[in-house]
Design a protein around this ligand. Structure first.
Ligand SMILES: Nc1ncnc2c1ncn2[C@@H]1O[C@H](COP(=O)(O)OP(=O)(O)OP(=O)(O)O)[C@@H](O)[C@H]1O
Ligand SMILES: [Mg+2]
Length: 261
């Protein structure tokens, strides 16, 4: 089966002229439709840069980005905007419009795409039901908890019916219990709608909890990739071992009643 995301020899160099920094170095990666794919690595490894290359928020310096069979780097501005409605994104700090209520936040991508107000509101009601916030349509983000804000962001991300959802540290600002509830919601969305999910995280627990596959990024390179079971059971590289063993150490701490994540 043709992968829904195909990256081929991606390189990203920031500040090419003055002070070059190679953030991504020869990244190749295939993600199949319906996967929940984790991208894990230390701070500064290049994870955010990597996912931003999927919807061309960053343009790679070289390499190929094929999403849903389309060569993203060859699209016109208009085609790219159309394609981006199929590739939604959520973030650590939710990025909601603080001056707008929940309903207007969720409807925002629909209004931009010229959906009629009545239709947008109907879609919003469905989405709020999916994320369990039907009673909060008129609330403002400042009146919501972190977990509720991320649910609004998820509803907004799903508004245009995307095929792909990118999550950049979507649970990093949340406590462990809220993290679990957001991960269950993502899992449910994946199962119900077949949306392919790419999750960036520095927490192995998140990968373990919901991912089918994982790639380990270190210093701009993918040092190991495969199914979560394979990588957890027999990590091959030093970097993978470090992450997996470190994680196991933390599991022990949690089991012993330590402070956890
Ligand atoms: N816009 C930019 N201009 C210049 N350098 C950048 C830019 N964005 C990122 N970098 C550099 O590229 C490297 C990779 O950054 P990136 O944000 O992708 O890492 P990350 O793995 O997401 O880290 P974190 O876990 O801290 O979010 C870092 O060295 C960073 O300083
Ligand atoms: Mg990042």
């Amino acid at each position: 089966m043709e992968p829904i995301i195909h990256l081929e020899k991606i390189t990203k160099i920031y500040n090419e002229k003055s002070d070059p920094l190679k953030a991504l170095d020869d990244i190749s990666l295939d993600i199949q439709k319906g996967d929940i794919y984790g991208i894990i690595g230390m701070s500064g490894a290049g994870k955010s840069t990597l996912v931003r290359c999927l919807n061309l928020l960053e343009r790679p310096t070289s390499g190929k980005v094929i999403v849903r069979g389309k060569d993203m780097l060859a699209l016109s501005g208009r085609e790219l905007r159309r394609e981006r409605t199929e590739i939604s994104m959520i973030f650590q700090h939710f990025n909601l419009l603080m001056q707008k209520n929940v309903e207007d936040n969720v409807c925002f991508p629909l209004y931009i795409n010229k959906v009629k107000k009545a239709d947008a509101r109907r879609r919003c009601a469905e989405l709020l039901e999916i994320v369990g916030l039907s009673d909060k349509a008129k609330a403002y983000p400042s009146q919501l908890s972190g977990g509720q804000r991320q649910r609004v962001a998820i509803a907004r991300a799903l508004a245009t019916n995307p095929e792909i959802l990118l999550c950049d540290e979507a649970t990093s600002a949340l406590d462990p219990q809220t993290t679990t509830s957001i991960l269950s919601l993502l899992k449910e969305i994946n199962a119900r709608y077949g949306i392919t999910i790419v999750i960036i995280t520095h927490e192995m627990a998140v990968v373990r909890e919901i991912c089918s596959h994982v790639a380990i990024v270190d210093n701009g390179r993918i040092v190991e990739k495969g199914t979560v079971d394979d990588i957890f059971d027999s990590p091959k590289t030093e970097e993978a071992k470090k992450l997996v063993l470190y994680r196991r150490g933390r599991d022990v701490t949690i089991a012993e009643g330590g402070e956890g994540i």
